[in-house]
Design a protein around this ligand. Structure first.
Ligand code: MN
Length: 237
């Protein structure tokens, strides 16, 4: 735990990602979660839960599913700084995770496992999400096997519990945009100097066709803000 591995993998004079503060804040507010859609060498959704001053992180190749019968592989990755929850933009090609990042969902979470640290050690964490896209109860379960010999990362499964927010809706298709800027991945890449073709390949084709048919629909960048880094303001203070 901690940010040592996160910092070791990144060059903060090259990438716009945050280095993270060493000092953490008090616990007067509900912990946040964020899901970042990330078109790096492959598309995945980074699922992050705030816990003890960092964002616990999992890379979910197919993204969360609202269908309780679907188990989504979630590879645990290094803890990220809390400020990362507001990061939307471009990681330079050639850098760790190079590609386009979107804040796909964000909100707060609460544990439904009484002892979170024990649950993480044991490999079963139940929790409820209160996001803009994802709500209701979920579980992360660590699996015994490691899916690939190349990977030394613990593999978990992200599964929706059966409750009122379970659904067969495919959110990746029906709600593909940033919850912060309403942009598609291609629009983020276009406006912030990323690889537009690569990013567009991870957006729903129907959405890209609409933009090509009517380029005036392309989201205008907000004025006066620092490029490449967007803070939602709501979730991150
Ligand atoms: Mn990632």
């Amino acid at each position: 735990m901690g940010l040592t591995e996160y910092r070791r993998k990144r060059r903060f004079d090259v990438t716009p990602e945050p280095a993270g503060k060493t000092k953490t804040r008090g616990r007067a507010r509900a912990p946040i979660f964020v899901v970042q859609k990330h078109r790096a060498s492959a598309l995945h959704y980074d699922f992050r839960l705030e816990w003890k001053g960092v964002l616990l992180s999992w890379a979910v190749p197919k993204g969360p599913s609202l269908d309780p019968s679907v188990k989504r592989l979630a590879m645990q990755t290094e803890d990220h700084p809390i400020e990362y929850a507001g990061f939307e933009g471009i990681i330079p090609e050639g850098e760790y995770g190079g590609g386009t990042v979107m804040v796909w969902d964000t909100g707060t979470w609460e544990p439904e496992t009484p002892d979170v640290d024990a649950g993480l050690r044991k490999g079963e964490l139940k929790f409820a999400l209160q996001g803009k896209k994802l709500t209701g109860s979920w579980v992360l379960v660590r699996t015994r096997g490691r899916p690939g010999a190349r990977s030394d990362r613990p593999a978990w499964l992200l599964i929706k519990h059966r409750d009122g927010s379970a659904s067969s809706e495919d959110l990746a298709t029906t709600q593909p945009r940033s919850v912060v800027t309403r942009r598609l991945l291609a629009e983020i890449a276009w406006q912030e100097g990323g690889n537009v073709e690569k990013a567009a390949g991870a957006d729903p084709p129907a959405e890209i066709r609409k933009l090509i048919a009517n380029p005036k629909l392309v989201r205008r960048r907000r004025g006066g803000r620092k490029p490449a880094v967007w803070h939602s303001g709501r979730a991150v203070r």
